[in-house]
Design a binder for this molecule. Structure first.
Ligand SMILES: Cc1cc2nc3c(=O)[nH]c(=O)nc-3n(C[C@H](O)[C@H](O)[C@H](O)COP(=O)(O)OP(=O)(O)OC[C@H]3O[C@@H](n4cnc5c(N)ncnc54)[C@H](O)[C@@H]3O)c2cc1C
Length: 413
């Protein structure tokens, strides 16, 4: 019997240590931080950075650092399935992934550099990212064209001697404000054989002349360093091409698959927090002769959320398993990302409902979680784009085999 849903003792140990560390050290520090908020953005940020820096030093001392990276880069060398467990524990606190240095977008950029960068590029850019002395961003989306279709990218890079000259416009570039470098996607090829081969990736040292942070975009959840960037006459050394010419799309896809799954792992923690809050509130709130937990209408909300979280965990584990075993994973990651993003939205919304006015206030983390959850349904691949991939795969499987079986996770059922 090869199917086994337990982790080996070493992974179980790490998971337990992360859970304990997040519950006992990170969450209380985060709560204190929230209590100290002054409303002065600069002062609050200084406090946040100082808190995370101190927590990072402690995480390193306790051997809870860079869980997803190989040991030679200072990491814990965990594979995707073990990361599913660790991320789901770390993200029980919103600052947990930062403390362990496995936060987006750096985590995805670390993987990208590990697999695509030259040795010199790795030493210069990956090393400080792993050591926690640098932050990075990934710049692909543009306001003028649909981010869902990277073949439309308009930012252009033209080779001039041994430098690329880049002009364009990007937005929603997470972490851009204090990043020490960006991985930038720009069009380099004229009319390649396939439209996906038009883009290349570049490493851009920041700050740079020709790279202007126009604004930190105000979103429905406030400003969280998702920036608009104007690029004019930016000069990048030829040696800073990442991967080959025309490989930008390939690199983006290779980066986004596991990065999407890493989001799902963190969302599981959010789903669990919301469900815990929902049940906790239902057990104590009393109305019309009994606690909310005794009402069938509320039990349905709890039941639906419990089943969805169970599905989410199984899907994340299975997609991670496929990545870990070198099996095709694109459709499984699409199905997982689509499902978990929507489950997150529904579960947090139900938790708000059970809390009534309290859920609508900012006295609980739910309001923040709900506005954050909204972007999960279109960023890193909109629902409809993932549904397109999923349906296309099911139709192709049926055409090839007369059954859709291989498109439903290729499971032995
Ligand atoms: C909080 C946040 C952080 C982000 N961070 C980054 C970052 O760090 N770097 C970066 O490069 N980008 C980032 N993004 C951008 C994100 O990746 C894009 O929003 C996403 O790729 C969608 O592109 P778009 O917004 O241009 O929407 P569009 O592509 O214009 O799509 C809009 C809608 O059209 C529909 N649609 C699109 N294609 C299809 C189709 N084929 N069939 C049916 N319907 C379709 C979908 O409903 C979709 O939601 C971030 C976005 C957010 C909100």
């Amino acid at each position: 019997m090869a199917i086994d849903f337990t982790f080996d003792a070493a992974v179980e140990d790490v998971r337990a240590r992360v859970r304990e560390f997040v519950a006992g050290v990170v969450a209380p520090a985060e709560e204190e931080l929230r209590g100290r908020r002054t409303g002065d953005e600069r002062a609050d940020r200084r406090d946040l950075v100082a808190t995370i820096t101190a927590l990072r030093a402690r995480a390193r001392r306790e051997g809870l650092w860079l869980p997803h990276m190989p040991e030679e880069w200072g990491g814990m060398g965990l594979g995707p399935t073990a990361m599913a467990a660790v991320s789901a524990e770390a993200a029980r606190s919103p600052i947990g992934p930062y403390v362990l240095n496995c936060q987006a977008p750096d985590e995805g950029n670390q993987h990208t550099l590990l697999h695509w960068a030259t040795d010199e590029q790795k030493e210069r850019y990956l090393r400080p990212l792993c050591e926690g002395t640098a932050r990075s961003c990934f710049a692909m989306t543009e306001p003028e064209v649909a981010g869902s279709d990277p073949t439309l990218i308009q930012t252009r890079a033209v080779l001039d001697g041994d430098e690329w000259v880049i002009d364009g416009h990007k937005w929603f570039i997470s972490g851009a404000k204090r990043a020490s470098f960006a991985i930038l996607i720009a069009r380099t090829e004229g009319e390649p054989e396939i439209p996906q081969a038009a883009n290349s990736a570049f490493i851009v040292d920041l700050p740079a002349e020709g790279w202007e942070v126009v604004r930190d975009i105000e979103t429905m959840a406030g400003s969280h360093n998702h920036c608009e960037i104007r690029i004019s006459g930016l000069r990048v050394p030829a040696a800073n091409l990442l991967g080959g010419r025309g490989q930008g799309h390939l690199l983006g896809q290779a980066r986004l698959g596991p990065a999407r799954l890493a989001h799902c792992m963190r969302w599981i923690a959010q789903c669990e927090t919301a469900l815990d809050l929902m049940v906790g509130r239902a057990l104590t709130r009393y109305a019309h002769g009994s606690h909310l937990a005794d009402k069938q209408g509320i039990q349905w909300l709890i039941a639906d959320s419990t089943v969805e979280l169970y599905q989410a965990k199984l899907m994340v584990l299975h997609a991670a398993y496929r990545i870990e075993h070198g099996l095709p994973y694109k459709t499984e990651v699409s199905m997982t990302k689509h499902f978990v993003a929507n489950a997150l939205w529904r579960i947090v919304d139900r938790a708000v409902q059970v809390h009534g006015a309290l859920g609508y206030s900012t006295d609980t983390p739910l309001a923040d979680m709900l506005t954050q959850a909204r972007w999960s349904r279109f960023a890193d691949g909109a629902d409809e784009v993932h549904q397109m991939t999923i349906a296309r795969n099911a139709i192709a499987a049926f055409r090839a085999d007369g059954t859709t079986a291989s498109a439903t996770g290729d499971l032995p059922l």
